[in-house]
Design a protein around this ligand. Structure first.
Ligand SMILES: Nc1nc2c(ncn2[C@@H]2O[C@H](COP(=O)(O)OP(=O)(O)OP(=O)(O)O)[C@@H](O)[C@H]2O)c(=O)[nH]1
Ligand SMILES: [Mg+2]
Ligand SMILES: [Zn+2]
Length: 306
């Protein structure tokens, strides 16, 4: 419902009942949300009305071009999916040698980005901690992603110079930094956004893991154009309910083979005449990527496959 004194705004962050809205004139306004509206998220375009000079109320949320969603743990009673951010066009998956990463989670993030048609970028941060040998090992482990066309950047928050390519990659886009807690998302954001004050936190000495320092996703404007969203780290990232044929489109190198399997509803698990499995045998698709895809199919409830 559009009202005459409504103004346009951009949600920079959402916390509790309050959204931080940037007005069309660049002011930051604390806004409540009118009842019966969906919960606003970082990156939402909204219409709002002032209630006093620094406060207002959101009256409508404009249609979202994309949403990055993290489904809630199915083992808990809370089954509501959690929208992390809206209107993003690039997903920057940050990984590090410490805390270490596993390919399954990386592939789940990449698939999630593909499924919302956001461009994935892989950033291996804390490159300063790698000796030449471990760097070479990591390059080899990650080579498959370069081969299938994903930008793969090695960065270090200790060296501004190492961020030149990332800086270029972010220009003009609305990107979100995602990944495990403690990999250095906020540290990278702080260098890219020298005007901002962004909290970072050390790893736990006991577990070697991050301490979940960032608690809400926050959108910042990049000095050279574009937006960067710093998001809270996760322990794990799972995909929501996706049907197998759709899930396969989250693995971009499968594309030339999809539609060439013997069975039109092939799930590329162990069906005979599967073109994707043939491509793995022929060395055109990495075995590990197929296995990660298959693990994902297995982890989603059977009811979601039709
Ligand atoms: N050596 C080194 N340490 C880094 C680098 N980037 C971040 N760190 C350190 O790693 C720790 C975690 O950094 P954060 O930027 O808070 O990590 P985060 O990914 O934002 O973590 P959450 O907000 O919990 O998700 C801090 O102690 C940083 O100083 C890097 O490139 N090299
Ligand atoms: Mg952080
Ligand atoms: Zn198949």
């Amino acid at each position: 419902m559009r009202e005459d004194n409504d103004r346009q705004g951009l949600v920079l962050a959402h916390h509790g009942q309050t959204s931080l809205v940037e007005s069309d004139s660049g002011d930051i306004i604390r806004c409540a949300t009118r009842k019966n509206l969906p919960r606003t998220v970082c990156g939402d375009q909204v219409r709002w009305q002032a209630t006093n000079p620094r406060e207002g109320i959101i009256t409508s949320v404009l249609e979202r071009r994309t949403t990055l969603v993290r489904p809630d743990d199915r083992n808990t009673r809370n089954t509501r999916d959690h929208v992390i951010a809206a209107n993003i066009d690039q997903v920057v998956v940050v990984i590090a040698s410490k805390p270490s990463f596993e390919h399954g989670m990386l592939d789940r993030y990449l698939a999630a980005a593909e499924l919302i048609s956001a461009a994935p970028v892989i950033v291996l941060n804390k490159a300063d901690m790698l000796d030449p040998e471990s760097r070479a090992r990591l390059e080899l482990r990650l080579a498959v992603y370069r081969e299938i066309g994903y930008p793969l950047l090695f960065t270090s928050a200790l060296s501004k110079h190492s961020l030149v390519d990332l800086h270029q990659q972010l220009k003009g886009h609305t990107s979100i930094l995602v990944g495990q807690s403690g990999v250095g998302k906020s540290s990278l954001a702080q260098i890219l956004l020298p005007e901002a004050t962004i909290r970072t936190g050390s790893l736990s000495q006991v577990t070697g893991l991050g301490r979940h320092t960032t608690t809400v996703a926050m959108l910042y404007h990049l000095p050279d154009g574009g937006n960067l969203i710093d998001s809270p780290g996760v322990r794990d990232f799972t995909l929501g309910e996706v049907e197998a044929p759709k899930l396969a489109t989250g693995f971009r190198e499968f594309a030339p083979y999809i539609g060439h399997c013997r069975f039109h509803n092939c799930r590329h698990l162990s069906e005979p005449g599967c073109a994707v499995q043939d491509a793995v045998r022929a060395g055109a698709i990495s075995q590990q990527r197929l296995e990660n895809y298959q693990a994902l199919v297995g982890s989603l409830s059977s009811s979601s496959f039709r």
